[in-house]
Write a protein that binds this ligand. Structure first.
Ligand SMILES: C[S@@+](CC[C@H](N)C(=O)[O-])C[C@H]1O[C@@H](n2cnc3c(N)ncnc32)[C@H](O)[C@@H]1O
Length: 451
């Protein structure tokens, strides 16, 4: 006999609504990777800026999302070529998310150490979860499985030149020739190592941190954890700075006691070098937010500098020495900032070259007669480097080039040009382990005011 007789309705206690099931592991990181890629390619935002948005992802998922997004941007040319070979009819118009899911999943299958099934499964789920794309789940599955199956042959067919954005490839070939461009393209497909500039005892710090001492004195590491967890960070014994970026400030020579203006200073890598070499540094930048980071960095490093939030074009006074690390297209930093080649264009080179010229003219006024200056950019564009200096010398009689010599300090001989400038390329310093190779592309010229 049933318990519920007499026509009475059984009483069921009200149930809490069921929480939606948690997403399968790995899905939030893949979704975030798609958002990051779209922030760059569709919304034209720098990757670093998009990475700063708050998320509720775990640190591991955040790191995976960043790696997928950065590698997709780095290898986009190859990824798109291989996808196009499998999509005979192309993709339908107006479904950018479908394209992003395919690109990021292809990136994982081809270039990252993640299981193929995880890349395929999360991609198919993302496609199924969206009404507009759910009809393409079968296609997504088939294309990605095909990529996984043919991976070895596909990888062997790749040419790193395809990964350079076309505008940049064209300009690099014109400036450096095809062989050097190919070597640079092969270098920038790798994530860079972590380079540190240390205040003192670089050999000791290389040993303590398990890194290598580079010929120019930087310490190179392949860390597997967060930078602030490394020994010496809290105490301000070192700061992160690419080995090429560490060269220009040293070209000013002995700056002990000199009044040095660092004209485009934030976040302060070169300011820190000058201050720890004993200069009285005025760190100038027009970006107040970036100057806050400079101030934090100087506090950690226990270095005392004067900070001026002002446009360098409006700066007054005179200085014994000047460093002008001018704003530029930053095409030399592609290893760490692959978004640059997708966000910048030839028009940016022209616009930035005009600003650099104005800053150089201001530098001539601010430098005391007899003083030294270094102009540098992290660009591989001659218009922002060699050609900029040639044009300056033609219009400014008070400045001459003070040639850099190959033996000035160890490790720079290969970087000194016949004109006495410094030019580093990402393909310099080859290494059997590609992640230990290379350095950013930098240009630096040393100038002297003679009148
Ligand atoms: C290449 S970054 C400088 C990196 C820095 N020297 C370092 O080593 O950490 C260029 C800087 O120039 C600043 N900048 C751009 N135009 C400027 C101007 N007209 N006056 C002052 N700063 C400017 C930007 O805000 C940016 O922080």
């Amino acid at each position: 006999m049933s318990k519920f007789q007499g026509g009475k309705r059984p009483f069921f206690p009200a149930r809490k609504p069921k929480a939606p099931p948690p997403p399968p592991p790995g899905l939030p990181a893949r979704r975030r990777a798609c958002d990051l890629v779209e922030a760059v390619l569709l919304r034209r935002r720098p990757l670093d800026e998009a990475l700063e948005e708050p998320t509720d992802l775990s640190p591991l998922d955040r790191a995976l999302a960043r790696k997928i997004a950065a590698t997709t941007l780095r290898r986009l040319g190859s990824i798109d070529r291989l996808l196009a070979e499998r999509l005979a009819k192309g993709l339908p118009e107006g479904l950018p998310r479908l394209e992003t899911v395919l690109r990021t999943a292809a990136c994982q299958i081809l270039f990252l150490d993640v299981p193929d099934y995880a890349a395929v499964d999360t991609a198919v789920r993302m496609v199924e979860a969206n009404k507009k794309t759910q009809g393409f789940a079968g296609l997504t599955n088939a294309v990605l499985r095909g990529l996984a199956r043919d991976r070895e042959a596909d990888l062997a067919s790749l040419d790193p030149l395809d990964d350079l954005a076309p505008w940049l490839r064209e300009r690099w070939i014109a400036a450096y020739g095809e062989a050097t461009t190919r070597a640079m393209a092969a270098a920038v497909i790798h994530e860079p190592p972590l380079d540190l500039t240390v205040k003192a005892d670089p050999a000791g710090w290389a040993q303590r941190l398990g890194g290598s001492l580079l010929p120019t004195g930087s310490v190179r590491l392949l860390p597997d954890g967060a930078v602030p967890d490394l020994g010496g960070f809290e105490d301000g014994a070192w700061w992160v700075q690419d080995a090429a970026a560490a060269l220009p400030a040293r070209l000013l020579g002995d700056v002990t006691g000199l009044a040095v203006a660092d004209l485009c200073a934030a976040p302060g890598g070169k300011t820190a070098q000058l201050a720890s070499a004993g200069a009285r540094v005025t760190a100038v930048d027009r970006n107040a937010r970036r100057l806050e980071r400079l101030a934090e960095n100087m506090a950690r490093l226990k270095l005392d500098v004067t900070i001026r939030a002002v446009d360098a074009l409006q700066l007054d006074g005179t200085y014994d020495a000047i460093l002008l690390d001018a704003p530029c297209t930053a095409t030399g930093t592609l290893r760490g900032h692959p978004d640059v080649m997708h966000l910048k264009s030839a028009a940016d080179v022209d616009g930035l070259a005009r600003l650099q010229a104005r800053l150089l003219d201001r530098l001539a006024d601010l430098l005391k007669p007899g003083g030294r200056a270094v102009y540098c950019t992290c660009s591989l564009e001659p218009d922002e480097g060699e050609a900029q200096i040639a044009a300056l010398l033609a219009r400014e009689q008070r400045l001459v080039v003070d040639p850099i010599t190959p033996d000035e300090f160890p490790g720079i001989a290969d970087f000194v040009t016949p004109a006495g400038h410094l030019r580093t390329l990402p393909s310099h310093w080859p290494h059997d382990e590609p992640r230990m190779a290379g350095l950013d592309g930098f240009f630096a010229a040393r100038l002297k005011r003679i009148a």
